[in-house]
Design a protein around this ligand. Structure first.
Ligand code: HAM
Length: 423
């Protein structure tokens, strides 16, 4: 017997029963981001591996362990994108966009990381992200928080907590790194295998460790905030003042360092206790040095990305239903060869006259009885009937399927007026 056909581990189908909610969430996000003056950008799903290595950092988990990479036929290594920022930065530089002034972009799309799959963590997942290029002002960081916060409000989400931190300038962080390495070297015997690896490659990430046995050691480690440069401290203070004026509560988490190397100054995460271990719904921060590092003109930048699977899981966990009133739906039931042809014109006319109404064209044919059965199955409110009699009388008939009422015949224009009157 042949093996059962299956999707790749960690990659999920979005089935028709769930896709309405996804479309609605994506539309809400697109509308909201556009309302803040952000424009959609679509970069390729595959980039040169070097683009991700340079942007995200060679020694991060994402680049070191989780990327889907392979040699292209020209022997160049290419990778499926593990996140959206690197591609946006590459596109900004390639098309010289920051030269034209402030750039605010948003994207929605699939990302790929070979992580250990579990609830809320997949190997193909989707992010909705925004990036702003050309402002180093703390007001721009605050706008990112304001936008994400208004999305939670729009969707009716509760129980989301904002954690913030500042990583300071690159120089201040490099200095702190040295101090941290000295500290952990003094306590090397207490470190686990993972942290020993991080000590050599990326010591700040030890602060991120979830190992309970390390928490004491981490808590007493030197704090980055004590080594931050003056300008970054001021920037962070301004950011916090904006948050105060926005009335958005936050918690400073000095251990928030993020798993990608490009950040400086502000970093933040929105977390929730309602999703189990995969608690971060949205994360981001400032990355002022990245455009230059990747070959562009110095351009300050900041952004965030929301994990859409987690957002949808959270809507479910908080029993939030977005679909209030389903749109009116009409099933066009047709019998007879000539009526079949004519029905295509009627369908087109209805489509134009009744935007937003769901129209079902019967494409399997069959008796009226079987067509009404199908209409009931898809949950149509009305059947619009076109048989020989209607065709001869230049009329259509309306049959209510969910509400009381007799079947009635009338001209197509009258039928359209009728549907408009009940919309
Ligand atoms: P990130 O923290 O790696 O940041 O990912 C952002 C969000 O994507 C996470 O908070 C989570 O909700 C979701 N996510 C990440 N990995 C997975 C996964 N394996 N399965 C499901 N969801 C996942 C970034 O990607 C940055 N590019 C964000 C950013 C934009 N920073 C500045 N601009």
């Amino acid at each position: 017997m042949s093996k059962k056909i299956q999707a790749i581990r960690g990659m999920k189908d979005l089935l028709p029963k769930d896709s309405t909610l996804w479309l609605q969430v994506e539309q809400t996000i697109g509308t909201l981001f556009s309302a803040y003056g952000y424009k959609n950008i679509r970069t390729p799903m595959i980039e040169k591996t070097s683009t991700f290595c340079r942007a995200i950092g060679e020694v991060t988990d994402i680049v070191g362990k989780e990327m889907y990479s392979w040699q292209d036929t020209n022997a160049e290594s290419i990778s499926l994108r593990p996140e959206g920022t690197a591609g946006c930065v590459r596109a900004m530089i390639e098309h010289n966009l920051p030269r034209e002034g402030l750039q605010k972009v948003f994207y929605l799309g699939a990302m790929f990381r070979r992580e250990r799959p579990q609830k809320g963590r997949y190997r193909q997942f989707h992010q909705a992200g925004v990036e702003v290029f050309g402002s180093n002002n703390a007001k721009s960081d605050a706008e990112l928080i304001m936008m994400s916060h208004s999305l939670w409000n729009e969707l009716g989400l509760k129980n989301l907590h904002l954690e913030i931190n500042t990583l300071g300038s690159e120089a201040a962080r490099a200095n702190y790194k040295g101090i941290l390495v000295d500290y952990f070297n003094q306590h090397k015997n207490q470190l686990d295998k993972d942290s020993l690896e991080r000590l050599a490659a990326n010591p700040l990430r030890i602060l991120d460790s979830k190992n309970a046995k390390l928490q004491n050691l981490i808590n007493t480690a030197p704090k980055l905030i004590d080594y931050i440069d003056k300008e970054s401290v001021e920037h962070f203070d301004e950011f916090k003042t904006y948050l105060k004026y926005l009335n958005i509560p936050y918690q400073i988490n000095p251990r928030l360092v993020r798993g990608l190397d490009y950040y400086n100054r502000t970093v933040f995460e929105w977390t929730t206790p309602d999703l189990g271990t995969q608690e971060t719904i949205c994360a981001g921060g400032r990355y002022d040095g990245l455009v230059e590092k990747m070959g562009g003109k110095p351009t300050p930048a900041a952004g965030f990305a929301i994990g859409l699977e987690r957002l949808i899981l959270l809507l479910g966990a908080q029993n939030i239903t977005l679909i209030n009133k389903p749109p009116l739906s009409i099933y066009l039931a047709v019998l007879g060869d000539e009526a079949q042809l004519k029905s295509m014109q009627i369908f087109t006319k209805l489509r134009r006259a009744l935007p937003g109404v769901i129209l079902y064209n019967d494409i399997n044919l069959g008796s009226f009885k079987s067509q009404f059965k199908k209409a009931n199955k898809v949950g149509a409110d009305f059947a619009l009937i076109l048989g020989t009699e209607e065709l001869n009388n230049k009329q259509v008939s309306i049959k209510p399927l969910k509400r009381q009422g007799e079947q009635q015949s009338m001209t197509l224009d009258k039928a359209i007026d009728y549907f408009k009157s009940i919309l």
